[in-house]
Design a protein around this ligand. Sequence first.
Ligand SMILES: [Zn+2]
Length: 105
Amino acid sequence: MSNPEHIAISKSRGIEIDWQDGRHSTLPLELLRRECPCANCTGAHGTPPQKWQPDTNPLRTFTPKLKMESVEQVGGYAIRIFWNDGHNAGIYSYDHLRKLAEPVE
Ligand SMILES: [Zn+2]
């Protein structure tokens, strides 16, 4: 497991991470939102997972584009993302972020 050396946040695009071992990860917004690790999104309480999906209904053109409102650090091992759709339960551990960026590992 490696920790981030630097995390660059773009609220409208996503997160880029430089890891201490020299790797670089690019995590687009929609990937992060879809892979939210909270209990609701993953179905951890025995309920069906409620995975986020991009809104493709053309009649709902008023739906605001997905964005991050803010990001805060959690205990030196994770970040918490506050989304503009009101969702903020996901704690993204560095381990999780690293796996998202390297799904083959
Ligand atoms: Zn979630």
